[in-house]
Ligand binder design. Structure first.
Ligand code: ASP
Length: 338
């Protein structure tokens, strides 16, 4: 029995400022290998399971792509088929809430898929990477975490991919699940699951294993956040260049009366998904009736994303479109996942 560890880039893997500047403007970019990362973690040897380390994309998490992640899922799947008990991925924290959800939608195994990272790099006082990596490995090795899909483990908290958000740009307590809180904790090294998200008996995206980089490249999904007194000029021609749109609306899913017909016209050509820009809480369905309200937009053909935040709604919509799913099935998927 092993835990498969895949390392990407990010703060957790930064070894400090390279001499002469290791990037366009200097700064912390140098990458630690998985072997160096694990060597810095006291307690890992007592896990009772060796880590099988594979160094992969050494990129900041902002530069990851859907194709990178699907490759990673395939490699991780192979590791599980070879007998790994669970998977840990280290990566930058900036996109972790998105990558975790993407993995969650396509991960076909009972074995836990755990993502972690760090907010303080190893050259700073009190780096959080080693503790996060140890907690993540404990969760990946734990029978209690089986069947829970993709999990984000940082700060000794276990978050379901479905709910996790990065909520602060620098705090080590940045990861939170505003809708319900963490689903578990690592306490004195023990993995305690306190709430169980809906099961992951099969991947949520049909045919996910057949998604290709080319298919994804042909599937562009825009995310548009409405703001005060916006004339919507950016939306012109969008249906010619994009196959889908996620709207981050005001509050419970509202836009201005001027933009309501613009989104309605777009929804006649491409799927347009309605989310809230608030950061927590659901889009409503049947409360408000003004032009631009949730009732009006849903009547115009927008798809209700429920509790799904804009970033996660974009992941779901892009995967569904890349898998060739029709509008009816997209609406059903959002009803199920939102
Ligand atoms: N910019 C880094 C990244 O996401 C930040 C981090 O690792 O926390 O790659």
């Amino acid at each position: 029995m092993t835990v498969a560890l895949f390392t990407l880039g990010g703060t957790i893997a930064m070894g400090g400022v390279a001499k002469g500047g290791d990037g366009p403007g200097g700064g912390a970019v140098t990458r630690l290998t998985g072997a160096q990362l694990t060597a810095a973690v006291p307690g890992l040897a007592e896990l009772g399971m060796p880590l099988e380390v594979q160094d992969t994309q050494a990129v900041p998490s902002a530069s990851l792509s859907f194709a990178h992640l699907l490759d990673l899922v395939r490699d991780a799947s192979q590791a599980v088929r070879r007998g790994a008990t669970g998977v840990v991925v280290t990566q930058g924290t900036d996109t972790l809430e998105e990558t975790a959800y993407l993995v969650d939608l396509v991960w076909p195994h009972e074995a836990p898929f755990v993502l972690t990272g760090a907010m303080r790099n190893p050259t700073l006082a009190g780096p959080d990477g080693p503790a996060n990596l140890l907690a993540a490995a404990r969760v990946a090795a734990s029978p209690a975490a089986r069947g829970l899909g993709a999990l984000a483990v940082l700060n000794d908290e276990i978050h379901a991919a479905r709910w996790v958000r990065k909520t602060h740009s620098t705090s080590t307590g940045t990861f939170a699940s505003p809708a319900l809180g963490p689903i578990g904790q690592v306490i004195e090294g023990q993995v305690r699951i306190l709430a169980t998200p809906p099961g992951h008996s099969s991947p949520a995206i049909p045919g996910a294993d057949r998604l290709t980089a080319a298919g994804l490249a042909d599937t562009r999904v825009a995310l548009y956040t409405v703001t005060l007194d916006d004339d919507g000029a950016l939306l012109e021609g969008l249906a010619d260049t994009h196959q889908g749109l996620v709207v981050a609306g005001f509050g419970v899913g509202h836009v201005s009366s001027a933009l309501a017909p613009v989104f309605g016209a777009l929804a006649e050509r491409i799927p347009v998904v309605l989310t809230s820009r608030c950061g927590a809480g659901s889009v409503l369905r049947q409360t408000y009736g003004a032009v631009g309200s949730e009732r009006d937009l849903l009547r115009r053909g927008l798809i209700n994303a429920g509790l799904l935040d804009p970033y996660k709604a974009r992941i779901l919509l892009r995967l569904l479109l890349a898998a060739g799913v029709d509008r009816e099935a997209i609406t059903a998927a959002f009803a199920r996942h939102g």
